[in-house]
Structure formats: structure tokens, C-alpha cells
Ligand binder design. Sequence first.
Ligand code: ADP
Length: 416
Amino acid sequence: MAFWNQKKTAIDPSPKTHPPAEKPDEKRAADIPVKSQSGTAPSTRGGLPNLAQIKYIIAIASAKGGVGKSTVTANLAVALRCYGANVGVLDADIYGPSQPGMLGATGERAQAVGSEIAPVTKHGVRFVSLGLLQGDDGPVVWRAPMANKMIQQFLANVSWGSLDYLLIDLPPGTGDVQLTIAQSASLAGAVIVTTPQDIVTGIAKKGIKMFETLNVPILGVIENMSAFVCGHCGKETAIFKGAGGQRLSKEHGVPFFGSIPLDPELAASGDEGLPILFEKTETAVGKAFLNLAQTLLTQIEQGASDATRALEPEKTELSLTGDLLIHWPDAHKSIYRPYTLRVHCACASCVNENTGQKTLNPRTIIPDIRITTVGKIGRYALSLRFSDGHTTGIYSFKRLRQLCECESCSGLRKES
Ligand code: ADP
């Protein structure tokens, strides 16, 4: 059995109309298997122990600001809670943190416990935001390295405890913060939020491309502000022309999760800090969020994609000689020398992201380098730590299969 086999989340098919209150951590901790492997320390999600007890980390991304990504994150979190999942939200939109307002914690502060930040809980959702550390009036002028440092602290120092889902509300764009999160947080995948307009889907494509480059599966596309439903006569009016969300999903071959109508009540609920599912489950918007949550749960349960699943190793182990062994689902076994894997590291410090040229000088790697830890990232990659202290290497299953050095695989490579 694979060392990281994950237990399925028990989905409550009939969601509660109100999100249930927080459950004690201990109850869930037993449900979540700690990943371990023979001969090495338990996996800590790429060296981040505070994320180790989170089953699925999902980035909510939009590439463009103002399309409703934070609104979707807050309401989706509460909708997942209605299905009985333990949910957290990391507000990584540090240039414009809006989760404290949307989740009803304006003016509250997160507590520091030693060197750790304790999340605030609202509507049964644990969350952390820069707005809980510096308040709403603090400066949001960050140079990229500072922003990145803040995000690294969020990833390393928040005491989440055990969670089924952590939703990360990404800032708009495809910059350093997005890259750091995609490379460090062991994402199960990303959900893309767009509006129907071409101009927005054009920018959303860049976000999809970024995740594809980083081998992060796109779980689905959500179209927000799809149509305005008149509260008096029920007539639908498409304010923004186009069916951008559906088109985006078709063009990229990723699932379409659904649409959320444009509804003044949703905007008001965000301003009031009372997520729509708190009172208005029966509205079109309330139902839309419950449907989205169910689709996401199903999608996660089924695995990120068939293609990814077909490539997912059955088992990985470190041999007594320090080689990495991978048992593939087709019964093939690959054996990798640590040196080979270190040389082929494709992280941002070993390869120039823009040109694709290798910047790592293989001569700087000691021949008897060892792999100290093997972790799993979502259902698509392994993260490897090496004895030279290198920790940022992410090896997608696809790439690992390509790197197999056995006679039949290298023979096939020569033929093709
Ligand atoms: P982003 O995180 O993409 O910058 P926000 O979630 O902050 O966007 O949303 C921007 C504004 O649009 C907010 O005032 C929010 O309340 C409003 N909004 C978002 N989605 C909807 C919707 N479906 N209907 C009405 N207002 C919405």
C-alpha cells in the first residue's frame, strides 16, 4: 500500500443549512494518517510540519483582481463546512487582505503562541490573514521579497492543526507569491475564478499556464458574476457578455465547476462579514456555493485527473544503498541514484525560469549525495530533500517516469 494513502473525507450528502461549529481537533487528528516511509522521517509537506496534518491544500486563483476570488474563497469554505469538512483559509492576498471583513473578524487579532500564529475561527472556518496581524489600516506596500517572506511565514508558522481542506486565497497575478505557494505548499490543485468576459478569461489563461508549468493540477474553473437574477421578477440578465468560464474549461480540458450569479446580497454579505450560507441557503447564490462545494469534494475524491492517477506511484522507498525506488501502477519499478535526481532538479534555483537553461553546475554536487526525505505533493509530484540542504526540488510523476534509467525505458527514449 502506498505510504501516503489518504483516507477519504466523509461527505455529508445533505449539507447543513448552517455551517456546524468547530469540532475539536483531536477528533479528526486520528482520521488523518501521518505519512511515513521506511528509513526516513515522516513527510512534513516539503519541510513544513504545520501543514502536515492538512489533507488537501487548494489554491483559489484568478490572475486578475476584482473578479470575486476572495468572495468565492470565503463562501466556498463555509459551503465545505456545511458538508462536514474541517476547513481553513489562508488569505495570501497580502496586498489587499479581505478575509477578515468577509468572514466577520474586522478588528480582531490573531494570537501569537510562542513563535506560532493561532488562526481565528469564524463560522467554523479557521483562517489567517495579514489583516489579523496588522489591522485594516496598515500599509500594503510590499516589495516582492518582503511579500514572499510573509507568505513563507504563513506557510511555516500557522498552527492549523488537522484540516480536511485549506483554501489559499492567492493574490491576483502570476508573481513570486504564487510561485512560492505552488512550490512549497504541496497543493492538491488550483481552482481558477473568472468572470464571463473575454478580457478576464484572457488573463485567467496566464494563471492556468503558470500552474501547468509548475505541474499543479487545475481542479476546475468557476465563473463568477455570470448573470444577474432580478430579485423581483426572477428574470436573468447577462451583465457581462460571453461564457468565458465554460470556454476556458473547454480550451484547457479542465472541469467546469459551475457559475455564481451576480447578486447584490452576496456583495452585502461580504461587507457584513456574514457569508451567504449563514442565512440564505435557499437563494440561487447559496445553492450555487453548495453545488460548487459538492463538485469540488467529488473531484478531489476522484483524484486530480485520470491522467495524474494513472501515473501515481503505488509505493516509494529508499533502498539500503540510498537509491529511490518507485513502484508504478503498471508494475514497472524505477531505481534512481540521488545524484541523478539532484542533477535533474528543475526548481527556480537550478533552472532559469525564463529561458529553461540549467543554472546548476553539476560539478558542485558531491557524488555521494543522499536523499534525506521523500514527501508527496498532492497527487502529482514528489518533493525531495537532499543531504546538501537542497529542499526545493519538485519532481512530477511524469518527469520521474521520463527520468527512469532502466534499459527498457532508456531504449524506448532512444527509439522515439
Ligand atoms: P477579488 O478577490 O477577485 O479581488 P472580491 O472577492 O474582493 O474580488 O470581490 C470584489 C467585489 O465584488 C466585492 O465587493 C464583492 O462583494 C463583489 N462580488 C464578488 N462576487 C460577486 C457576485 N457574484 N455578486 C455580487 N457581488 C460580487
